[in-house]
Write a protein that binds this ligand. Structure first.
Ligand code: GLA
Length: 381
């Protein structure tokens, strides 16, 4: 979490002494990638990095936002239907509009926000921002959505309608529902979820950020989703979650090779999440790791959302004896997630940095994972 006193000081300089603070985290995902918008399972956890907002209502109709990390601000009327400001503010603007559509009564407010989730690393900095403002605004204006999943949906809808990424619900779900020391398996179809304690004796999770910036805006992310929807339609099912291997084979001849491979990846991934759930219950981390490598293979060859740098990081992890490794999140850059035995942790982290630099003439960034609580109010001392 970013140092709160820095944001508070900035807020007080701009807007005065009366304020509250809220935090929403980014996320990791153990397994279940590109399954959320196919009605499948995901297996995320909230992390300690996230977005913090210092905020207060101001008794006017004006919204004054200041993005501390970017050093830019903007002002608009809470009733504005379009944003006439830097596009970085569309996430917050989108949350306001989506709350308004749900008849949440908002008014003017002042906010300074910042965070420590690396941008474009596949760790859901945008969901953290959306969820932070969704809970902050509901709190300062004393309104409640009917349940917490609706808060996540506000963030997702902001992303769809004001950013243009047709994302699933995983990132916002994890940011709101995360719990310290537990991963949560979420069924995006039935909306049921279950917490799995995460204390893997003898293993650690570490992210390796390729520092290849991924942006899902204008990326082929939406194309992947469209492929999946085409296959579901051809197979006459409501989502790929309902599509069995037999049903997929039955329509194989009607699909382009590309759409077929996209669906083949998704069906495989849906199976893998269940295998990993069973393995976790047995404390069988070797199986978890094997499935992670298989996910990467599918994401790289069939779903085609990897890149040279991510493939290299995963192959290095394999060479160095890491239990499991794969690209994490939407892809096209960002991080790998690695399940590493304690004994080889130092060797892996040291060597991967060296070999990455030798190959690409730039550094990768190591980010140890601490599974933490979801979005919340924080005390300002
Ligand atoms: C991004 C999206 C999520 C999910 C992942 C891939 O993070 O925001 O909804 O689809 O990619 O699993």
């Amino acid at each position: 979490m970013i140092n709160l006193s820095v944001l508070v000081e900035d807020f007080e300089k701009r807007f005065g002494k009366n304020h509250r603070a809220f935090f929403a985290p980014g996320r990791i995902n153990l397994i279940g990638e590109h399954t959320d918008y196919n009605g499948g399972y995901v297996f995320p956890g909230a992390i300690e990095q996230g977005i913090t907002a210092v905020i207060q209502s101001n008794g006017t109709h004006l919204v004054n936002l200041y993005a501390h990390d970017l050093g830019i601000g903007c002002t608009f009327d809470i009733r504005d239907k379009e944003l006439h400001a830097d596009s970085n503010f569309r996430y917050v603007f989108g949350v306001i509009r989506e709350l308004d559509k749900r008849r949440v009564e908002l008014d003017g407010f002042d906010a300074v926000y910042g965070g420590d989730v690396p941008l474009g690393a596949g760790m859901s900095s945008s969901a953290a921002l959306e969820c932070c403002f969704a809970i902050a605004l509901c709190n300062i204006f004393h309104c409640k959505l009917s349940n917490s999943i609706d808060l996540a949906r506000v963030g997702q809808a902001a992303e769809h309608n004001y950013v243009g990424v047709k994302c699933g619900i995983m990132d916002q779900f994890a940011s709101i529902f995360g719990r310290a020391n537990a991963l949560v398996r979420y069924d995006c179809h039935t909306e049921e979820y279950e917490y799995f304690p995460w204390n893997p004796d003898g293993y650690r999770l570490v992210l390796v950020n390729s520092c290849v910036k991924h942006t899902l805006v204008g990326s082929p992310y939406n194309d992947r989703r469209a492929s999946c929807e085409r296959v579901a339609k051809t197979a006459k099912v409501s989502s790929l979650r309902e599509c069995t291997w037999d049903k997929l084979e039955a329509v194989h001849h009607k699909l382009t090779d590309e759409d077929y491979r996209r669906a083949r990846y998704v069906l495989g991934e849906l199976d893998r999440v269940l295998e990993v759930s069973a393995a976790l219950e047995q404390g069988d981390y070797e199986t978890v790791g094997r499935q992670m490598y298989l996910t990467h293979e599918g994401l790289s060859r069939d779903y085609e959302v990897s890149c040279e740098e991510l493939d290299f990081l995963v192959s290095e992890a394999k060479r160095l004896g890491v239990t499991g490794s794969r690209l994490m999140g939407g892809g096209f850059g960002g991080c790998t997630i690695n399940l590493v035995q304690d004994e080889i942790y130092d060797r892996f982290t040291g060597e991967v940095q060296k070999s990455y630099h030798a190959k690409f003439h730039r550094s990768c960034q190591l980010i140890p994972v601490v599974i933490s609580d979801g979005a919340r109010h924080i005390d300002v001392q």
